[in-house]
Write a protein that binds this ligand. Structure first.
Ligand code: PTT
Ligand code: SF4
Length: 613
């Protein structure tokens, strides 16, 4: 890498809510060089400044909103990473949300906003051209996330970027998210609850400063060219018609559509909730800022209100609950957005409750497909109302520990984070992707399933482990640090080679994809170190999906009879550890920590575990 830092301000705004103070923090240049931005910067900040063993819902947890060098300057870059220690998993948690807030923050002279402490009363942070204000949110507390944003814009103007929490975040629901633009959501592992615990209802930013870039003309040229490239790609037209909703049909065909709490991979009513069904009721198409390929499909729900749909939402709140009606699914989706609940974990939690009811492990009667019961349960969860609402507000891992029986086998999570919408009875590499994802079971770091289905899904091979690591490096490493939306590359084949070029124009630094992979490896290993620091131990079971996929075969569809092989899964997991330079327990070796410039973690880790050389 050739030095010369541009594209980043090198400054973060640090707000301590306990003291009601803010200050500008000029972070060390090595942070940018070794971790770039976004997730990388957030992980380093959490390691350095969050006390080990911090209560995720205590004032000592640190909440980071981290943009990257590309935020606002490149194609599909209207995104920002939100990160903190997760109240759901007790480990590292983050999400990536499309919002004008990231752009407003950058135009206000900061790369990141770091929030510590806890306000004595409900507050929101308003940032304008380098000035931070901690304002009262007493009148906003209790409002839903969509109304909250609208009301903040009424005060500060339409161009302000806003990220809010809803009642679920205020009530510390463990999988509450942050919401922006009435239908963008981020921070699945309970980042909304972290905000709520700080009595922080919202953050808002607007600015007029230009981020200093190394080569403004080239940055502009690449911006225009990349937009043109994306819009001219094969598949563009269908993408703007259906976006991620096209995946319902694909998942059904591939027998991976989560159905009845991941018991099956096919759903008899899938046609009623697929992309074509969505097209028939579509009323609008929205997007994150600076996007060339909008994918926010808006439909009217069964009560006549707008809801923005995505594949994950519809699969988890549709087929996984046995609901074969898009308007009803949209209704629950809208409630989740207003309340600030993660749709994936919500769908998993309600499905868990439906199965628990079927097996008489809970007293309440809840039938598969009962959308009214599902909707009212979603509200109960957001307000922690009633025994079931409070039970499910803790997530399926805690709920299963409470109700017992054999529910552990079908509490669908890894490390406490509920599994997103791909069934893995016949997809060992995708199961490994969930097992090793750095935030718990989420597909964002490695959506290997499309490749796996194409190239031979039943094998357990080293090639799959290699592919998984490659995808994690690109998706979880490059896109989460730049910070930009990965969809141009994933969905339309936009060439990855664009990014080093854009990176050079923006930052003035030359970087190859291989050099970037090393940065990604550093970040993954740092995040693993953080998990170990917070949990005090590690073992392969913590990287293993639930027993359902290993013990109970699919009974329907072309792959009936399929299930995962536990021994072969563990074989792939060991291969993964080996390639990462982690030992057989999944703990990074000392040599790996040194090689990746993570020596500073060794002393802290050795207080908890023995490190292998
Ligand atoms: C993401 C997760 C996803 S992943 C979806 S749908 W997806 C769910 N969306 C929710 C929602 O909506 N409302 C709600 N209340 N909860 C929701 N939870 C779920 O959250 C999102 C897009 C999507 S749509 C995906 S895959 C891609 N994700 C990206 C990523 O992670 N990184 C990146 N660099 N680019 C990405 N591009 C795509 O962005 P989490 P968004 Mg989201 C209504 O944040 O925590 O990672 O959870 O950000 O602006 O909504 O865009 O089929
Ligand atoms: Fe946002 Fe979708 Fe555009 Fe990505 S493709 S930037 S998720 S609207």
């Amino acid at each position: 890498m050739v030095l010369g830092l541009k594209g980043l301000w090198g400054r973060a705004l640090w707000v301590d809510l306990s003291r009601r103070e803010s200050r500008v923090w000029e972070y060390p240049v090595e942070y940018a060089l070794d971790y770039v931005g976004g997730r990388g910067l957030a992980a380093r900040i959490l390691w350095d400044f969050m006390p080990a063993g911090a209560d995720p819902l205590g004032p000592e947890n640190i909440l980071v909103f981290a943009a990257g060098p590309l935020t606002g300057l490149a194609v599909n870059s209207g995104k920002i990473v939100v990160a903190a220690k997760s109240p759901l998993t007790g480990g590292y948690g983050d999400g990536n949300i499309g919002s004008h807030f990231g752009i407003g923050l950058r135009k206000s002279g900061f790369d990141s906003l770091i929030v510590s402490g806890r306000a004595s009363k409900p507050s929101y942070i308003y940032i304008e051209d380098g000035e931070a204000h901690i304002l009262s949110a007493e009148a906003l507390w209790g409002s839903n996330a969509v109304d909250c944003e609208r009301r903040i814009k009424e005060v500060h103007g339409k161009s302000v970027g806003v990220i809010c929490i809803g009642p679920a975040g205020e009530n510390l629901v463990k999988y509450s998210v942050v919401i922006s633009q009435a239908g963008r959501a981020g921070g699945r592992p309970g980042i909304g609850a972290v905000m709520g615990s700080k009595r922080l209802k919202a953050v808002a930013a607007v600015g007029s400063m230009d981020v200093p870039v190394a080569d403004p003309r080239e940055t502009r040229r690449l911006y225009v060219e990349a937009f043109k490239d994306v819009k001219g790609r094969e598949g563009y037209g269908f993408w703007v018609r259906q976006g991620t909703m096209m995946t319902i049909e694909w998942s059904q065909t591939a027998s991976v559509l989560p159905t009845y709490n991941f018991k099956e991979g096919v759903f008899e009513g899938y046609r009623m909730i697929d992309g074509y069904s969505m097209e028939a009721s579509k009323v609008d198409l929205r997007s994150c800022p600076v996007c060339a390929m909008p994918c926010g499909n808006v439909v009217i729900d069964s009560e006549g209100r707008e809801a923005e749909l995505d594949y994950e939402n519809v699969a988890m709140l549709g087929s996984n609950l046995g609901i074969a009606h898009l308007g009803h699914v949209a209704r629950i989706n809208r409630v989740a957005d207003e309340m600030g609940l993660d749709t994936i974990s919500l769908g998993a939690s309600i499905a868990f409750a439906m199965e628990a009811s079927e097996r008489k492990l809970v007293g309440e009667r809840l039938e598969w497909g009962d959308y009214k019961a599902a909707e009212s349960l979603a509200r109960d969860i957001a307000y922690r109302r009633g025994p079931l609402g409070s039970l499910l507000a803790e997530g399926v891992k805690a709920a299963s520990e409470k109700i017992g029986g054999d529910s552990r086998d079908w509490a669908m999570h890894v490390k406490g984070l509920e599994i997103s919408a791909y069934d893995c009875h016949a997809a060992p590499a995708m199961a490994l992707a969930y097992g090793t994802s750095p935030i718990g079971a989420h597909h964002k770091d490695a959506w290997i399933i499309a490749w796996e289905v194409r190239t031979g899904r039943h094998e357990y091979s080293e090639a799959k482990v290699d592919k998984l690591i490659e995808l994690q490096r690109i998706r979880g490493g490059i896109f989460e640090t730049l910070v930009a939306c990965r969809f141009p590359w994933v969905e339309l084949g936009f060439n990855l080679e664009w990014y080093p070029k854009i990176f050079k124009a923006v930052t003035g630094m030359t970087i190859t994809l291989e050099e970037y992979y090393e940065i990604a490896d550093r970040i993954y290993t740092l995040i693993r170190a953080l998990w170990i620091r917070e949990h005090g131990t590690w073992n392969p079971q913590m990287d293993t999906p639930p027993a359902r996929w290993f013990k109970q075969p699919l009974t329907k569809g072309p792959l009936a009879g399929s299930k995962l092989d536990p021994e072969k899964y563990q074989w792939m997991l060991q291969k993964y550890y080996e390639k990462k330079g982690w030992d057989e327990r999944g703990i990074p070796r000392k040599t790996t920590l040194r090689k990746l410039k993570l020596e500073y973690t060794i002393q802290e880790l050795e207080k908890r575990v023995t490190l292998a050389e």
